[in-house]
Write a protein that binds this ligand. Structure first.
Ligand SMILES: [Zn+2]
Length: 454
């Protein structure tokens, strides 16, 4: 199956930053066959020719941090900071089950795809007893929507009785959490090239996980050859607690427990000293930057420009939709650029850097920089084709600036592995009205269980 896209502006995001104002992308057998200026060679037989005039082709975006189950618990704890927000939401999340998780994950993945995302990492760390197969529901949802999933099997084993933040009823015991993580790896992890499902280990955060679970999870991950993910250095309150409890900063704590390295990516990394940034850069530990969520919870502004200068692989994350009700990835490019400029000035961060974070930066966080993140021959054919001809974008000569500075354009086409996921701004594989109806039912069910509705 060969697809030829012609007549489009192309931002390849390759190492040289190559762009074409009028170029082509040829897809064959799930991979990119060629990219270049002008039309594709006319001797190539094509099963499908896409008229890309007025469009911009970019690599599909990579979302490096999310909690899909939270799609069913949006709009709550609107004025809270992180710890207060968590304490208010834990009792609602205690009600999730396989059905609500499936509905929330499908809706969240549709939203991601509609905003240009072709690969998503989902950090699922709430496993109420007898809730059914929550990870399986998420894996199934990703297959239905058609995007690649990195399922992070999260865990919490530190409830309030042992100094943690979550209620005891919501945590697993350490051995059960490790067993569940091992089972997820053997059941779902597909290490093959072009894989649509990979698994990572993901103890939730220092304030909800014991040191034993952190080290046990690291051993398990390294024995199985899977990646490691956790929340770190999100708020000043977390840093304060870490200093008083462990006598070190969150990054020193992570380092002590074996949680730095090229196989680790951390969510947030907002409050980092120069030394901490150096540690992450030297160890090539990745960071999932979640600008909207950080703003929503008033957590702070991550030092993205400093991290990039130190060699830290930085990607973008939508984060859970309970702290980012938009839940899309496309808007995070603009948000990341704006927050970086608020911190370091207007010249510190440009649109192309934001595009890099969403593509190559994200691919590096997930260890897939050879397969994903740029439009180059041999890479997976995960491609977003943005329509730039509407009133919102017409007249902006630089299409990458229109994409990042402007509102998010409609998608003419979104491909994963060469197959259409979105066409003319609508899902090809699921009916969005049904997804919205199921999501609403799931949200009502959870609100009722939590006593918020009668
Ligand atoms: Zn998160």
């Amino acid at each position: 199956m060969r697809t030829v896209i012609e007549g489009a502006a192309v931002a390849t995001v390759d190492a040289a930053g190559t762009e074409y104002t009028d170029g082509h992308v040829v897809v064959n057998g799930g991979l990119i066959e060629s990219v270049g200026p002008g039309p594709a060679p006319d001797y190539l037989p094509a099963d499908r020719r896409v008229d890309g005039r007025g469009c911009l082709a970019t690599p599909g975006f990579v979302n490096t941090h999310h909690h899909l189950y939270q799609w069913a618990t949006r709009g709550l704890a609107q004025q809270s900071d992180l710890f207060d927000w968590l304490v208010r939401l834990y009792p609602v999340w205690a009600g999730i089950d396989e059905d609500t998780t499936a509905a929330a994950a499908t809706a969240g993945l549709v939203r991601l795809a509609r905003t240009g995302c072709t690969t998503a990492a989902d950090h699922h760390y709430v496993f109420p007893r007898d809730a059914g197969d929550l990870l399986g529901a998420t894996v199934h949802a990703a297959g239905e929507v058609g995007i690649r999933l990195h399922a992070v099997r999260g865990s919490m084993d530190r409830g309030t009785s042992t100094g943690g933040l979550p209620p005891d009823s919501l945590v697993e015991d350490t051995a059960a959490a490790l067993d569940g993580t091992g089972e997820a790896i053997s059941r779902w992890h597909d290490p093959s090239p072009g894989s649509f499902v990979r698994v990572a280990v993901g103890p939730c955060s220092p304030f909800s996980v014991s040191a034993d679970l952190m080290t046990g999870a690291a051993e398990l991950a390294r024995a199985a050859g899977v990646r490691m993910h956790t929340h770190l250095a999100e708020t000043l309150e977390e840093e304060k607690q870490c200093l008083s409890e462990f006598g070190c900063t969150p990054v020193q704590y992570a380092e002590r427990l074996g949680w730095t390295g090229p196989d680790v990516w951390l969510a947030h990394g907002v409050h980092l000293s120069d030394g901490a940034i150096r540690t992450l850069g030297e160890s090539r530990t990745g960071v999932a930057h979640c600008p909207t969520s950080n703003a929503r919870l008033g957590a702070g502004i991550a030092r993205v420009a400093d991290m990039l200068a130190a060699g830290v692989p930085v990607g973008l994350g939508a984060d859970g939709a309970a702290s980012n009700e938009d839940g899309g990835l496309g808007g995070e490019l603009r948000q990341a650029m704006y927050l970086a400029r608020l911190r370091d000035g207007a010249a510190s961060f440009d649109a192309r850097r934001a595009l890099w974070l969403a593509t190559m930066g994200g691919a590096a966080c997930l260890g897939r920089q050879r397969e994903l993140g740029s439009l180059e021959p041999g890479k997976l054919a995960d491609i977003a084709l943005w329509r730039m001809t509407g009133v919102e974008h017409a007249g902006i000569a630089d299409p990458v600036a229109a994409l990042v500075f402007g509102s998010l354009p409609p998608l003419a086409l979104l491909l994963t592995g060469g197959n259409a996921v979105i066409e003319d701004d609508e899902s090809c594989l699921v009916t969005e009205a049904d997804v919205a109806r199921d999501l609403n039912a799931a949200s009502v069910k959870l609100a009722r269980k939590a006593g918020m509705l009668r």
